[in-house]
Design a protein around this ligand. Structure first.
Ligand code: MLT
Length: 257
């Protein structure tokens, strides 16, 4: 018999996002390597907010207009015209505290914009560095959830599916999960759980290979480490802000510095 719990679904690629009803659910945007790991890190280290945008042009013009830091990548490399890239190591507290970061990335910020365009009203971002903040929030909110993977140019990838599986592992007793993509993601995570980095490396994940060719092995290790930037980014009025989070009543409070 179906219990009275909220539903949870996993969209393994932005190309599948239209199959899910986003507007009554919490949408968790996932881009483990590296956009959502970098967003968690910048906010954890005191950034006032992160403004995700889907084009380099918009990033540059917003930066000019507001004096914010402009950052992002295309195909894993700093995009021309921007000041900074998408490495979490660029956003240490000494650099980013009290600053606004405007960020554009190949897949992550594009997916976030797609979620907005597809009617999502509640969007948070998730990555291994803020895994527990995400799972605590989903349990406290008691609402339907869509785990939305950014993948790579619509092709399913290992690391985002693994993170979806990690979330499912943490919340499954609180949800009805009748979704094969979720079962696959969870089964994958159970295999990888003893050493997530070794799993991704051994499987030669496509974005693992791309980033390691650029000498970014350190970024990969960081982005696959649970709870090292454990805050919850919530999307409100075009900005990602830290939620002081998930009270038992399901409220959350935003910090807009
Ligand atoms: C993306 O949005 O595709 C990524 O975050 C790419 C990266 O910087 O590794």
């Amino acid at each position: 018999m179906k219990e009275n719990k909220p539903e949870l679904y996993t969209s393994l690629s932005p190309a599948m996002l239209h199959l899910y009803d986003l507007n009554q659910a919490i949408v968790v945007v996932i881009d483990v390597l590296r956009a959502t790991s970098t967003i968690a890190t910048a906010l954890h280290n005191g950034a006032s907010c992160v403004i995700p945008v889907d084009s380099v042009e918009r990033c540059i013009s917003l930066g000019k207009l507001t004096g914010a830091i402009t950052a992002g990548e295309r195909d894993g490399r700093i995009a021309e015209g921007l000041q900074h890239g998408n490495s979490p190591f660029e956003y240490q507290r000494s650099f980013i505290e009290n600053k606004t970061l405007v960020l554009t990335t190949t897949n992550g910020t594009r997916l976030l914009q797609m979620a907005v365009d597809n009617g999502a009203e509640t969007i948070v971002t998730g990555s291994f560095p803020n895994l527990t903040a995400v799972t605590n929030h989903l349990i406290a909110q008691n609402k339907d959830v869509i785990l939305a993977c950014a993948a790579w140019k619509d092709r399913v990838n290992l690391e985002d599916a693994l993170f979806a599986g990690a979330v499912i592992d943490g919340v499954m007793e609180h949800f009805n999960i009748n979704c094969d993509a979720s079962s696959m993601a969870h089964a994958l995570f159970i295999q990888a759980k003893p050493d997530i980095y070794a799993f991704v490396k051994n499987k030669q994940a496509s974005h693992y290979l791309r980033l390691s060719r650029y000498g970014l092995e350190k970024d990969i290790q960081y982005c696959l480490t649970p709870d090292i930037a454990n805050i919850l980014p919530v999307y409100t009025n075009g900005k990602l802000l830290v939620s002081t989070c998930a009270t038992a009543s399901g409220e959350h409070h935003l910090v807009d510095v």
